[in-house]
Ligand binder design. Structure first.
Ligand code: FAD
Length: 305
């Protein structure tokens, strides 16, 4: 069974087409211990298997038990990478049936399941909603998940910017148990790799949020730079950018200017000190340097600072 067929099946599933996996995919019953004990398995390639847990607990067990499995969420990045031979996947765990796609709000906090599709995230307030809306086309948004986006390396992973600005807390499982921490903590722990499963992401609902992005006018183009700003319940403003440095970064100096009562223009000018501009196919370092203060200014104006 090729991964292309799996992706087509996933896309049809996301579109609401009721496909029976037993007829749509080969089911090598008893192929692995995990599959025999917990859930169905389907062949991904002749040497890899995709298991389909039906709960978060099953997903954790399937990902973290030996041999560690690779998480397959929407597959919009992993499947092409696998097809092109850029990543080796021996065992994959598909989250499409793990019921990890809920979005809930309670006591002023929003919790988003790792398998929530970007299409659902577009309905959230800024900066998450407009950032999710800015990613790919409708097909990508229907299939791709917030957990997959967090784990996608730059120039992907647009949502890491808004989540940094929001001070979002991830919950993830690995063979040592369940952990919580920010985006930077997750990266410092080793980030996305076989044996690690992000479960959900939570953040305090901000008083206000804004999102400004630099991209070309084509639904499939990638975001060269974005700035997310958030005003929390205590009135403090936090700002984060993607594309200003090799990975998403907080703009602490600009935040400090605002905290000291400085103007938007002063905060925008200060943003350069947290940036590390770089050249790639999307934009030059010089261009990024010029655009960052402009976008910080626009994000703060949107925020009503
Ligand atoms: C046409 C097109 C346009 C795109 N445009 C953009 C764009 O503008 N901006 C952008 O940021 N990205 C873009 N992408 C990249 C990608 O689609 C997104 O980043 C998407 O959100 C990835 O999510 P996914 O669920 O499909 O992840 P997958 O492809 O399933 O997985 C991606 C990686 O994350 C890991 N992973 C997934 N979920 C979890 C989890 N819960 N726990 C641990 N690891 C996990 C996988 O193992 C894999 O390493 C685009 C892709 C395409 C095909």
């Amino acid at each position: 069974m090729g991964v292309g067929r799996l992706l087509r099946w996933c896309l049809l599933h996301a579109a609401g087409v009721n496909l029976n996996p037993r007829t749509a995919l080969t089911v090598p019953v008893g192929l692995s211990r995990a599959g025999a004990e917990h859930h169905q398995e389907v062949a991904m390639t002749s040497t890899a298997a995709v298991s389909m847990p039906s709960s978060e607990a099953e997903a954790v067990a399937a990902v973290t038990e030996q041999p560690f499995a690779t998480v397959l969420a929407g597959g919009t990045l992993l499947v092409p990478q696998h097809t092109l031979g850029q990543v080796a996947v021996e065992r994959a765990v598909w989250l499409g049936r793990a019921e990890m796609d809920g979005i809930s709000r309670s006591n002023g906090r929003m919790t988003v399941g790792a398998a929530a599709p970007l299409a659902a995230c577009t309905r959230l307030d800024a900066p998450i909603g407009p950032c999710a809306a800015n990613i790919g086309d409708n097909e990508v948004k229907a299939q791709a998940t917030i957990g997959g986006n967090i784990c996608s390396p730059a120039p992907y992973g647009d949502l890491r910017g808004p989540l940094l600005a929001l001070g979002a807390i991830l919950r993830w499982a690995d063979p040592d148990g369940t952990h919580t921490g920010g985006i930077a903590d997750f990266a410092a722990s080793g980030g996305a790799r076989p044996g690690v499963l992000i479960l959900d992401v939570a953040f305090a609902v901000p008083e206000a949020g804004s999102f400004v992005a630099l991209r070309r006018h084509h639904t499939q183009s990638l975001t060269a730079m974005s700035v997310s700003a958030v005003r929390g319940a205590n009135g403090a403003v936090t700002i984060a950018a993607t594309g200003a440095a090799p990975d998403a970064c907080r703009l602490y100096a600009a935040e400090a200017v605002l905290a000291d009562g400085g103007s938007i223009a002063d905060a925008a000018a200060a943003s350069a000190s947290d940036a590390d501009p770089y050249d790639d196919v999307l934009a030059s370092a010089a261009y990024r340097s010029r655009v960052l203060p402009v976008y910080v200014g626009r994000a703060l104006e949107q925020l009503g600072e």
